[in-house]
Design a protein around this ligand. Structure first.
Ligand code: ARG
Length: 420
C-alpha cells in the first residue's frame, strides 16, 4: 500500500512537470506583457528580449494610425515569424482623426515648426495598448523606445496616469545601440526586412524622418528621404486652387465635396504634396534637452492649419486672435512634452472648443511650388464690415474720428514734450 502510494505520487509529480513544461514551451502560463509593436528593429528585438531576458509571454499590438498598409502587414508577419503568443492589429485611424487631429487643427498646434504628427498619435496608441493589456490580463506593458527621444515620455505618462501596469523599456534598460540591436537580431535569427536607413514614423498627419546622414545638420537632406512632398522641380507646374470649408473649426469639405475628416486629410496630403508643400527641416529641442535635426513631411497639416488660421483672422476679434496665438504654442508644448494628461490641456481644449463654434466658413487658397497664399475667405461670423471699411462710405462720418485721434497716444505726446 505504501509502495503504491509512493508510485502514484511519483507519477503525479511527473505528470505535473510534464504539463508545466508543455505550458512553458507554449508560453501559456508565463506572465503576459503587451508590447507596442511595429515589426521594425527596435520592437522586434524587444519582443525576443522580453521572452528571453524577462521571461514573459509576449503579446504584440500594432495600432493603425495611418501608417502604410505594408507596415501593418509587416508587423503581423514578423510577429508570426518570431512566434509571439498573440498579435493584435487595432484600427484607430478614425479615432485619431476625430479625437486628436481635430484638436490639433482647432489649436493650430505646431511645435517649433512641426505639426506634432508623431506626438499627437502617441497618447492614442498608449490608450489602445492599455485596453489590450486589461483585456488580456497582462502584468506589464512594454515599448521599444530608446532613452534619447520623446516617445518614451509620451507612452509612459499615459500608461501611468491611466493604469497601474508595470512598464518595461528593454532598449533603454539595456542601453542598447542600434548596432547592438542588429547583432542581437542576427544571433537570434530574427527575420529583419531591410529597414529604411532612416528612422521613419508615419501616420495620416505626417511622416517623421530621423537618423543616418540627416542627424548632422551640416548635411543636406537627400531627396530619397522624401516620399510625400514633391521637389520644386517635380511639383505641379501650374498653380492649384483649393477650397476648404470649415464648420466649428474642423474642415468638412474640400472643393465642395463633403468628406470625413480622415479622408479629407488624405486628400489634402495628396494635393499639397503634389504642389511641393509641407517639407519641414528644423533643429528641434527635445524633451531631454538635446537639440536634434528633424525632418517632416506634413503637406495636409500645413495646408489645413494655414487655412484654419486664415479663416480665424476674419472671424475673431483682435483680442481673440492675440489670445489664440498665445495659447497655441502653450498647447503645442503640452502635446510635445508628453503632457496630454495635464489639466491645462483639457482646460485649453474647452476654451478652444467654445471659441471654435464660430470658425465656420470657406477659404480658397492657391498652392504653387511650396507656397500657399490665401485667395479669398468668407464666413457668416465674419467681423469684417465691408460697408464701413469702404472708401465710398459716407455714413460712417470721417469727422467723428478727430477727437479720438487727439487723445490717442496722449502719454507719448506729454513725454516727448517734456524732453524739450
Ligand atoms: N521628433 C518627433 C517627436 O518627438 C518625431 C519622432 C519620430 N520618431 C521617429 N522614429 N522618426 O515627436
Amino acid at each position: 500500500m505504501r509502495y503504491f502510494n509512493c508510485l502514484t505520487f511519483i507519477k503525479f509529480k511527473y505528470i505535473i512537470t510534464f504539463i508545466k513544461f508543455k505550458y512553458i514551451i507554449n508560453g501559456d502560463n508565463l506572465d503576459k506583457v503587451i508590447l507596442a509593436f511595429s515589426g521594425g528593429l527596435d520592437t522586434t528585438v524587444c519582443a525576443k528580449l522580453l521572452e528571453e531576458k524577462y521571461n514573459l509571454g509576449v503579446i504584440t499590438v500594432c495600432v493603425d494610425v495611418g501608417q502604410p498598409k505594408e507596415e501593418i502587414e509587416k508587423a503581423k508577419n514578423v510577429a508570426e515569424e518570431i512566434g509571439v503568443l498573440k498579435h493584435y492589429k487595432i484600427d484607430a485611424k478614425e479615432e485619431f482623426a476625430n479625437d486628436f487631429l481635430s484638436k490639433g487643427i482647432k489649436a493650430n498646434a505646431v511645435y517649433e515648426g512641426y505639426p506634432l504628427s508623431t506626438a499627437l498619435a502617441r497618447p492614442l496608441i498608449a490608450m489602445k495598448i492599455i485596453e489590450t493589456a486589461e483585456k488580456e490580463g497582462a502584468v506589464a506593458i512594454a515599448h521599444g523606445c530608446t532613452g534619447k527621444g520623446n516617445d518614451q515620455f509620451r507612452f509612459e505618462s499615459i500608461i501611468r496616469s491611466m493604469s497601474d501596469f508595470k512598464i518595461i523599456a528593454p532598449v533603454r534598460e539595456l542601453n542598447l545601440t542600434r548596432t547592438e540591436e542588429q547583432d542581437y537580431a542576427r544571433s537570434h535569427n530574427i527575420p529583419l526586412s531591410p529597414d529604411s536607413k532612416f528612422s521613419i514614423d508615419e501616420n495620416i498627419w505626417g511622416r517623421s524622418i530621423e537618423g543616418d546622414v540627416i542627424e548632422d545638420p551640416k548635411n543636406e537632406v537627400p531627396q530619397e528621404a522624401y516620399e510625400w512632398v514633391k521637389s520644386y522641380t517635380e511639383a505641379n507646374s501650374s498653380p492649384e486652387k483649393v477650397n476648404i470649408k470649415f464648420e466649428g473649426g474642423v474642415p468638412i469639405a474640400i472643393n465642395n465635396e463633403k468628406m470625413a475628416l480622415i479622408d479629407l486629410i488624405a486628400k489634402t496630403n495628396e494635393i499639397a504634396g503634389n504642389n511641393g508643400i509641407g517639407k519641414i527641416d528644423i533643429i528641434e529641442d527635445r524633451m531631454v534637452g538635446l537639440k536634434s535635426r528633424e525632418v517632416y513631411e506634413v503637406p495636409g497639416a500645413t495646408l489645413l492649419i494655414n487655412a484654419h488660421r486664415g479663416l480665424e483672422e476674419l472671424i475673431f476679434t483682435k483680442n481673440e486672435l492675440r489670445f489664440i496665438d498665445f495659447i497655441s504654442p502653450l498647447y503645442s508644448d503640452l502635446v510635445y512634452n508628453a503632457l496630454w494628461q495635464e489639466p491645462l490641456r483639457e482646460d485649453l481644449d474647452k476654451s478652444i472648443d467654445y471659441m471654435q463654434r464660430r470658425v465656420t466658413g470657406n477659404i480658397v487658397l492657391n498652392l504653387y511650388k511650396g507656397y500657399i497664399s490665401i485667395l479669398s475667405r468668407e464666413s457668416k461670423f465674419s467681423l469684417h464690415d465691408i460697408k464701413q471699411i469702404s472708401f465710398e462710405d459716407k455714413e460712417n462720418d470721417q469727422r467723428e474720428v478727430e477727437g479720438m485721434i487727439k487723445h490717442h497716444g496722449i502719454q507719448a505726446t506729454i513725454y516727448q514734450k517734456q524732453k524739450h
